[in-house]
Design a protein around this ligand. Sequence first.
Ligand SMILES: [Zn+2]
Length: 717
Amino acid sequence: MSYQVLARKYRPANFHETVGQEHVLRALINALDNNRLHHAYLFTGTRGVGKTTIARILAKCLNCERGVSSKPCGECNACLDIAAGRFIDLIEVDAASRTKVEDTRELLDNIQYAPTAGRFKVYLIDEVHMLSNHSFNALLKTLEEPPPHVKFLLATTDPQKLPITVLSRCLQLSLKNMIPERIVSHLETVLSSEALSYEEEALWSIAQAADGSMRDALSLTDQAIAFGDGSVQSVDVNAMLGTIDRGVIQQLLQLLIDGERKALMSFVAQLSQQAPDFSRLLSDLTLALHKLAMLQVVPDYPLPVAMDAKAFAELAQRVTAEDVQLFYQIGVQSLAELRRSPDEMVGFEMVLLRMLAFRPQGVIDIEHAPDELPEVPTKKTLPQSDEVASTGAQVEKADIEVAHLSSKAAKPLDERSESAADDQPPWDVDGLPASASTASKEVSTNNAVIEPSSSLAEVTATETVPTNNAVIDPASSLVEATATEAGSINNAVIEPASSLVEATATEAGSTSIEVPEAVSEAITESVHDFAQGVNEPPIDHKATMPSTAGTDVAAAALIDSAIPADSPKPTETTVGHVARGFSLDSLTQANFPEFALRLRMIGPAGSALHQMSLQSVEGNQLNLVMDSAQSMLLKARQHEQLTEAFSVALGETVILNIVEGDPGLLTASLRRLEIDTRRREQAIAELNSDPVIQFLNHEMGAKVLPHTVVSLAPEEF
Ligand SMILES: [Zn+2]
């Protein structure tokens, strides 16, 4: 016996076997049972939802030899003939192939004759919208007043194309698309009665692919049975449909929500080997996002059986409503775009990248090159304590990075600086003082542990663009160092870099570490370039780190010094440490601005100091010039504070002779302005070369507005 396709074998024989479309069936059953039949019915709905099936059942109901009812016997000749498709008074016309007016005329010529075998002549015209206008006109007259023995059953997938005159003469019955749940349950019934094995998961894939059409679902099941040699397995169905596992959507969502770009991209690459339908994948993704959004509002929102309710509930809690909305919006808007993209996989990747790029907190962890992507999940989503915890783990890596430094500039260090985050409050976000001697190196070493992290904390808190990082301070300065590749570099730049490595290593328990030669050279070189002829003593890079105990003491001292923002008078410790490296002998007009900045004085005394330049040094007397407009800042008390600070920093008691006049260009405030400007320019350059910014610029014409880029530490050096 030849195989009969499921769609035909399981075609319902009466209304009670029909799956779905209850609203239409009820109308028909009532009409039949109450004998209030219309002479022309129009069934609308997409393909495979049961239009012709219902029309045929209706034909049976009308012609069953046991009388007109909603329950045809299914045993009489009329019922059997109709079921077999050979009933003479059921005239089925495929309008798609008989569009000409001649065809319609021929059809209508016979209409007046009484039915041969049955009670009614039933004209079932499928795809009626395909008829030509002439055909419609020919049909109209008859449709309005057909002979009493004639019933018209019209079916169309596209009622919009029917002339209004036709529509108004028919009783329209709209058939709905089948919901996946209904398709799955029907497929289960069918497969069970066929005694075939199946995976429910596979049926869901079929139901999804069938897109509301039961006939398609049954045809696909036929295919799957053939494909899977008698059983319907998920793997086979997915391969057959080019769809992907439902778990895939869940995993995509997870990676998307965690912002794990690298893992996400390799996951997509992996998926592409299965040659999935990326458009379908994207629409599935947006559907899943809708589920997440619903779960966030209605926690007990019923999910389709195929979705892992627990996993989805967990995802819904981990992602913000805004992100879900954003992802959904981007997904939906990109669906049309995806179909136009030259390569669907490329299009799909771009959609995912866009989702991440526009996500408020997703931006920050994007770095300069794909190969630098951090392997840990974005720290932004983690609580701070976790960051601290992770520091230890990453410190080990720092050792390796040091070795890397010897061949290249300090590039990888900005990663380390990120990982070195701790709870240091961000009040001390200023740049590190460039230490010009071994002694002060201890300080800046400790500094390095604290400050880059605090600046990171600030970056994290304000959720700025990643490269703003580059604006702020040491952490960023490392980026600067990278860009110029050990060329002319601010000495404040490299020093913290190396000290950071050392400091990190120290934390890990290694008590001594040497800076590689190449770095030393780079540092020395840059110090020279930068210091503009200032004769600073070379840094002893072979210096070993102080013991952990020593570090703590120095760190404590430093924190002390960092705190008194409201005290105009710096402590001895601070001044002593930060400005060490200068002596009365080495102080010159040129390096005076550095010295003044490194005193880190604040309040009126600091403001006054920053407007001064050094005229000359005579013995232990410093002759300073100050703008007369600023001289009001300098009262006796400030003079006293300055004298004390200078004395401590220079290691001997000095006399400050401050006169009014033109201080010229070598003042701390101009120096700082210069540094800030350079940092800003550097940051703008960094921003413009950032791949994400370039992507946004290229794809959407976004531009960095230079005036919106600010140096985050303009007040401190
Ligand atoms: Zn019958």
